[in-house]
Design a protein around this ligand. Sequence first.
Ligand SMILES: *Cc1c(COP(=O)(O)O)cnc(C)c1O
Length: 377
Amino acid sequence: MNPKIYLSSPHMGGTEQHFVNEAFDTNWIAPLGPNVTGFEKDLETYLGNNSKVAALSSGTAALHLALILLGVGKGDEVICQSMTFSASANPIVYQGATPIFVDSEMDTWNICPIHLEEAIKDRIAKGKKLKAIIAVHLYGMPYKVDEIKTISEKYEIPIVEDSAEALGSSYKNQKCGTFGDISILSFNGNKIITTSGGGALVTKTEVLKEKAVFLATQARDQAPHYQHSEIGYNYRLSNICAGIGRGQMEVLDKHIGLRRNMNNFYKNIFKNTDTISVFTEPNSDYYSNHWLSCILVKDADNKGLREEIRLALEKDNIEARPLWKPMHLQPVFKNALYYGEKISENLFKNGLCLPSGSNLNIEDKQRITKILLKFSI
Ligand SMILES: *Cc1c(COP(=O)(O)O)cnc(C)c1O
């Protein structure tokens, strides 16, 4: 059996261990320390736009704190892009609020402005309290930033920007992770950079950042003893993990270049067919890190072509995965409200994520090419 080719696997740059060793040498084996502070600074510099970053234990923790900071609670409603990873939506439920799911559009595969506004109007007409809109840059592709922002401002509903998959992507030359009222990043093992597990909350003010750190460190009041006036969480990033993050920041842009090469690699494979299209930016306003390269199969007669491709790859130990199954189709959210048509459903049915790592070698690419070329005529 050939060695397994993964969709996206960790890719170390080389200096990560230096920062980790430094943590050991100085005994900063704790969820605070120079690597945590250093990693936050690196991210703030990279994102620009006056970003203030709180490093946390996961992207999910960051989403949870974002909703808490926006005052989401029992009885509130939160709008969420339906096609996404479940971690975008779960924190709504942690807060006792109700998720309202909205369909995607075809240009970016992200939240559809038309159905978003339809949902907002309908919920307001029914007297509901909408507390936030969770918009996601899936696979690194920026959502329709201007259109979504206009709607958010018109109805005065803040945006939680889920940029877990989009560190290094940009829209009109502004980095993803800086568009939300609050934004989040993830450094899980399969993301564009990894700290093994980790995430970050991005805000515009030092005050909000400090509030996030306060909540993430058990909400301890200023007192010599342990005193608490609020419910806290244990969500801070370990100083060891943050060391990995500092090393990863040094190779982030290089790795994005390699991921973008993977996207071109697939475009080249499928250049002679109209049946399979490679997901790409709708125009030059959008710049995707191409965290994952995806294809969409035209399967008018329902012959199951997408599965045929996936299984052919699987046979050679090459991982490929259908796109995110929309939340409104998930058993756990079967009673949730949904606004839209069947865009996300069709994407789920006919879309496939292909191996996209920045560390795929020539032999890997030859194995992938050999199988996919059979489908490219
Ligand atoms: C990975 C991911 C998250 C969650 O991040 P974790 O660090 O794994 O908790 C949230 N949203 C999206 C879209 C993701 O891909």
